[in-house]
Structures are given as C-alpha cells and as structure tokens.
Design a protein around this ligand. Structure first.
Ligand code: HPA
Ligand code: ZN
Length: 321
C-alpha cells in the first residue's frame, strides 16, 4: 500500500544502506579481497547478538567505500529506494571518522553524498541534509578533529550526531564538541537509550543540547524523563526492525510503541541501517502496522510526527504536512 503521506526519514546511517551486492561490486572495482565468496554468504552472517556484533561487520564492510564516486553511488541507490518507500525528506547520518581512519578524507565522503543529494532533489524531489556523527567509542580529540574536517569540507552540513557503541561511552564526554558544533550553527541529535540507560538520554539533552533522541526506547525506565520528553516535544527516532535485529526486543510487537504514543511522545519511524536489518522505511512502517494493527490515521500521525521532528525549512514542512 502506498504511504498516505510523505515521510521524513530522520535516522538513517548512509553506510548502513551498503547492500551486500554493492560491497562485491565496489570490491571488484578496487581489487579488494573480501572474506566471503558471494553476497549471499556475506548476508548469511547478518545474525547479530547485539549492537557491537553489528558494528564490527558494519565498519569492516565500509572498507570498500574509497572514492567520492563510491559515496555518490551509495547515496544515489539509497535515494532511489527511499523514493519508492514514500520518503520525501531525509536527514542522513554519516560516520566521517570511520573513513578518515582508513585514509579517506572527510571532504571526499561529504562531496560524494552532497552530489547525490543534489541529484535526488532535482530528479526525485527529495530534500535532505547531512548529519556528521561522532563515534562515541573513539577519543574526544578524534571527534574534535572530525568536527574541524567536516566544517572545512566546503559542503553544507545540517547537524552533528552521536553514534557507535553506546554502553560505557556517555554523552557528557562530548559536551565541548557539541558546544562547538552548536556555535558553528549545526543542529544536534544523539543516539541514546538504545542499549544504554535512560540517564544517557537525560545527559544528551542537558550536556549536548540534543534536539532529538535517536532510539530512546529506554526512556520508559524513567517516568519523569518520559514526562519531560513529552512536555518539551523532544522527538524519538524509533527503528523497529533494527531493535529486533540487534536484540533490543524479541520482536516488533514487544516494542513499547503504544506506551510511548500514549505518553504523548513525538514518535517517528525510521530504518537505521536498512541493508543490515531487513528493510527500508516502508518495511518498518509495515512492521509496526502489522504488529500493532495501526489504523490509517495512526500511520498518518507517524508521517506528521516525522515532519514536525525534522529540521526541514518552514516552507518545506508546510509542503509536507
Ligand atoms: N546504533 C549506534 N550506532 C550505529 C547504529 C546504531 O543503531 N548504526 C550505525 N551506527
Ligand atoms: Zn542508528
């Protein structure tokens, strides 16, 4: 069924759209050797015990992304698939440190993504922005260097985010990085409360000035926090299929989806790393629809929430609502 309204996708790691077949195609292009003989053999290993198990493979696979053209090709394929899913606006995450550590400059990465984004706006009518994420399991000094590099890349940047291995890497460590990003005019978001405690969500708000929380399902462990998120209309970017594949919950029906909605939270649905977790935005919406018997009005509410939660211009938001 076509989406009843255009959606904004607000939690999408562009490197997480790298499909097994594309990994093989890029490896052949660069003469790189892979551990597996076929895309199917690689995909058969997409059985993750937790976030770290996924991240290990996610960082390994992105080794085939080397040139500006590679990043443009990756993002072009995503925009085409997102268009089919009913996505009209995307705020995509990228992990520059994962590429600079391999000798690929941040400017190469951002130029490729920006080229694809411009083409997607022209050809598909999809608007977008780029959010550079800090790898929270790397040192603060590395995050500071990353911020300098992305600000100097000569490519428009929408925001700064925080991702990678959560537990043991609290948001407060990156307070100064986020303050500097805010001074540079960047919007601020952070992964918090995926595997980590509700306290990390509080820290993301208080120490980083996060305007949205990515995942945030653990907020429900703290009633006062839930009340605050509702009062301040801080959106949560939920990723249902991700939560199942990373074993945050056993199946989609076990997500506290209705509890979060009934608490008055601005809940949005997103695909996180669709090449790894079994589906793009439309598949995530369908999974929620099936698990919770969502009505058309409830799906429309999710679409509206995604527009409200986006950083799109007022004119673009009016268009999408
Ligand atoms: N969580 C944290 N870091 C990530 C994720 C995620 O789901 N995907 C890519 N980096
Ligand atoms: Zn994520």
């Amino acid at each position: 069924m076509p989406s009843p309204l255009p959606f904004c996708e607000l939690h999408l790691h562009i490197e997480g759209t790298l499909e097994p077949a594309t990994i093989f195609e890029l490896a052949a292009r660069h003469g790189a050797t892979l551990r597996d003989a076929t895309p199917d053999e690689l995909a058969a290993r997409y059985d993750f015990a937790n976030l770290q198990g996924f991240l290990d493979l996610y960082y390994e696979n992105m080794g085939v992304l080397r040139t500006e053209d590679d990043f443009a090709h990756l993002a072009e394929a995503y925009f085409l698939r997102a268009h089919r899913a009913g996505v009209a606006h995307v705020e995509l995450f990228v992990d520059p440190q994962a590429h600079t550590a391999r000798g690929v400059p941040a400017a190469t990465v951002l130029r490729g993504l920006d080229r694809a984004a411009r083409a997607a706006e022209e050809r598909l009518g999809i608007t977008s922005g780029i959010i550079a994420c800090v790898l929270r399991d790397e040192p603060v000094a590395s995050a500071q260097r990353m911020l300098d590099e992305v600000l100097d890349a000569g490519v428009p940047l929408l925001g700064i985010g925080l991702d990678s291995a959560e537990v043991g890497h609290p948001p407060r460590l990156f307070r100064d990085v986020f303050a500097r990003a805010a001074d540079a005019g960047l919007r601020r978001v952070a992964h918090a409360g995926e595997e980590g405690p509700a306290d990390y969500i509080r820290e993301a708000l208080d120490e980083l000035g996060a305007e949205r929380i990515d995942h945030g399902v653990r907020a429900l462990d703290d009633a006062a926090l839930v009340e605050r998120l509702a009062r301040e209309r801080i959106p949560l970017t939920l990723c249902p299929l991700s939560n199942v594949r990373l074993r945050v919950v056993d199946d989609v029906a076990r997500l506290p989806f209705r509890t979060l909605l009934e608490a008055g939270l601005v809940v949005t649905v997103n695909s996180d790393d669709p090449a790894y977790f079994g589906g793009y935005l439309d598949d995530n919406v369908a999974a929620l629809r099936n698990a919770f018997a969502l009505t058309d009005d409830e799906v429309r509410l999710l679409a509206r929430n995604s527009v409200e939660a986006s950083f799109a211009s007022d004119a673009r938001r009016d268009e999408l609502l």
